[in-house]
Design a protein around this ligand. Sequence first.
Ligand SMILES: Cc1cc2nc3c(=O)[nH]c(=O)nc-3n(C[C@H](O)[C@H](O)[C@H](O)COP(=O)(O)O)c2cc1C
Ligand code: SF4
Length: 596
Amino acid sequence: MTRQHDAIDAVLARHGYRPHALLQVLREAQEAEGWVPRDGLAQIAQSLGLTLAEVEGVSGFYRFLHRRPVGRYRVLFSDNVTDHMLGAPALMAQLCSLLGVKPGELSRNGLVSVAPTSCTGLCDQGPAALVNHRHVLTRLDAGRVAQMAELIRAQVPVPQWPAAWFEVQDNVRRADVLLGTPFVPGSALQAALALGADGVMEELKRSALRGRGGAGYVAGAKWTACRETPADVRYVVCNADEGEPGTFKDRVLLTSHADLVFEGMTAAALAVGASQGLVYLRGEYGYLLEPLRALLQRRREAGLLGAAVCGREGFGFDIDIHVGAGAYVCGEESSLLESLEGRRAYPRHRPPFPAESGYLGRPTVVNNVETFAAVGHILLRGGAWWADIGTPKSTGTKIHSVSGDCERPGLYEYPYGTRVAQILQDCGARNTQAVQVGGAAGVCLAAPEFNRRLAYEDVPTTGAFMVFDRSRDMFEVARNFAHFFEHESCGFCTPCRVGTALVARRMDKLAAGHGSRADLDVLLELDGLMHVATHCGLGATACNPLRDTIAKFRPAYEKRLKSLQFEPGFDLDAELSVARRMTGRDDAAAHLETPP
Ligand SMILES: Cc1cc2nc3c(=O)[nH]c(=O)nc-3n(C[C@H](O)[C@H](O)[C@H](O)COP(=O)(O)O)c2cc1C
Ligand code: SF4
């Protein structure tokens, strides 16, 4: 007989016992204890009409869901390369040592666990960490970590820790249309209603706006496909998963410009005939959930959402927020839809594309946060005005998340077509060796390329701009990204699941000084294979940083090669250590000869 958990029952009731809410149910169910025991999973399965295997499958997929105790304090240090550069690994080691816990394990007294996690989207104010998946810590240093250890030992509740630790700044360094124009809630919506659905589509097409989430698909074409697909219901989904390492612009838009984003979503609903909107908020930004919900409520009270938006009969639209649970692949739009439907976030086969068959099989517009924000201003000032900014194939402005080796990390908004050198100058970067544009899956540019323009005509970008000065080891940068992709591969297809692991192992082998030129050849071979054989963009782009850094910073690799010839993929002498221990020998003769 399964033990009934009252708290879980309350969560299930709140979600109307809908199986599609499984991820939200699991996330909320673990809030009280930090994890969900097996009988809790069984209770959820029974109540939602799912099998225990289905529920366990989902809870095992997402890193922020736990089936074993993780302690009253779960501290996750951001593992992004920029946090590394700011000293995150040493701070994590310090906390582990002060609390007597190993990384990734629960302390013996069951109080605390400490582990690394993928980029938390706070690269401009790191080193950063998450506590209990709900609280973000910024600008950590040795003093704060020492104090944190004391607070944990004394079991002080996290909300009572020093408020300054939780301060998250917008750091807007250069504002243009999106970040710098005051916006009156309701104004874009009034403009949209005056234009009507066809008029909104006209302006959008005239603007030639392209999506800001990565693929750069023309928004007008996507919305047209959605509105022209016959359906009883349509949806608008805002992709706020922002997991690309080095990207944090969507966090700021949702912190300080959320009205604009919601208005873009509502205008999309008017244009395509949708009645429900969903924001997929990455788990790392869970601290934004309450303020965003409060804002939605204010918009309902102001008549900007609800059964008759702005009093317009026949135009009902509302927005709900779903929170992710620590899986980068959920940023891929079809994985995101799977996740919204309460399943493991395996990318779907496409076609059909979400605009034709998306959330619950209905036509769905999926756009990035910044794309919806741009829509708001296009409605206010017209598509032609927007198309006049930027370049012919990349209209409007773009927000860049700048981090790494520079004096002023933060957000910089420029018209498309701005040169890399301009941003480097504005952010106070000196002796720059390389810039990683577009995140781990993007492009690594070396100094001779700093005159290039950020635009679809030259270097496309999702908006991440990570700066590395000449003191940085570009091999280690690429190795960090290799581990990120290995960690984040969803495991659905073999070329990516195995390929990312093989790449990470080879990079570790090189780092340990056991590599040969043959390893570089194998890495490039894996890049070629994964580019064509993986199921989604994650696997296809996973080797981008590796390929770029081998081509542009080859000495960083070659200095690590032990031999130019073949080297075994493992350290044979180290492997024989068990045999040596068993025979009680550790003399020179018990070791393999070290090659000259
Ligand atoms: C592995 C992977 C991760 C992605 N992550 C994001 C993301 O965090 N945010 C986002 O808007 N798009 C992301 N995308 C792109 C989405 O699949 C999709 O193209 C985008 O949400 C569409 O919106 P847009 O047209 O406004 O750019 C990702 C794609 C891949 C392959
Ligand atoms: S490429 Fe990687 S992330 Fe994409 S489906 Fe395959 S295993 Fe999953």
